[in-house]
Design a protein around this ligand. Structure first.
Ligand SMILES: CC(C)(COP(=O)(O)OP(=O)(O)OC[C@H]1O[C@@H](n2cnc3c(N)ncnc32)[C@H](O)[C@@H]1OP(=O)(O)O)[C@@H](O)C(=O)NCCC(=O)NCCS
Length: 156
């Protein structure tokens, strides 16, 4: 595969990002949701680019001691090639470099999602479940989390 570039998300990226978002989720974020995150000073927003086209993105928000992974998606033709992992690793590296107060990273994901395996590979563990959290179709949410030390080392 040609080389993937991971870089910060820009406003100009939003149309391509929303196209992937609409293909990836039954209740997709609107362009306004991404726009809002771009204005957040404590967000980490990265995109993966291949041959000048966006093929994936990740959105994290630092909320003092807890960082939330809000969104992660890779365009269907480019899945299972390590791009989701690259996005996650890059965002976690940036979080570490920011030296925020965060000592825990959390997220929720559909109980049937392949993303659970991706996150487990990167040190996250299942920490809870929310019954019927999602709709279209109705499904439980799995809560996942990972502690990070002051030096960024995973402690779970
Ligand atoms: C979840 C998602 C982001 C994964 O992106 P990706 O680029 O395909 O992920 P990777 O190639 O880095 O996969 C990493 C690991 O996750 C697991 N995984 C990912 N997709 C999988 C699949 N379809 N089946 C089984 N395991 C899978 C595997 O363990 C994989 O490692 P391996 O390929 O060495 O076996 C992508 O499938 C997607 O966009 N899904 C729809 C949106 C979504 O559910 N997002 C998560 C909500 S936060």
């Amino acid at each position: 595969m040609e080389s993937i570039i991971i870089r910060d998300m820009l406003y100009a990226d939003l149309p391509e990002i929303c196209a992937i978002e609409n293909e990836s989720f039954s209740t997709p974020w609107s362009m306004n949701s991404f726009d809002h995150e771009l204005m957040e000073p404590h967000s980490i927003l990265k995109i993966a680019e291949l041959n000048g086209h966006i093929v994936g993105y990740i959105c994290l928000r630092v909320m003092l001691d807890i960082t939330h992974i809000l969104n992660l998606a890779v365009a269907p033709p480019w899945r299972r090639m390590g791009i989701g992992s690259m996005l996650l690793e890059t965002a976690l590296d940036e979080l570490e470099a920011m030296q925020e107060e965060t000592d825990f990273i959390t997220l929720e994901v559909r109980a049937s999602s392949h993303a659970i395996m991706l996150y487990e590979k990167h040190g996250f563990r299942v920490i809870g479940r929310r019954k019927n959290y999602y709709h279209k179709p109705q499904e439980d949410a799995v809560l996942m989390g990972m502690e990070i030390g002051g030096n960024g080392d995973e402690m779970v």
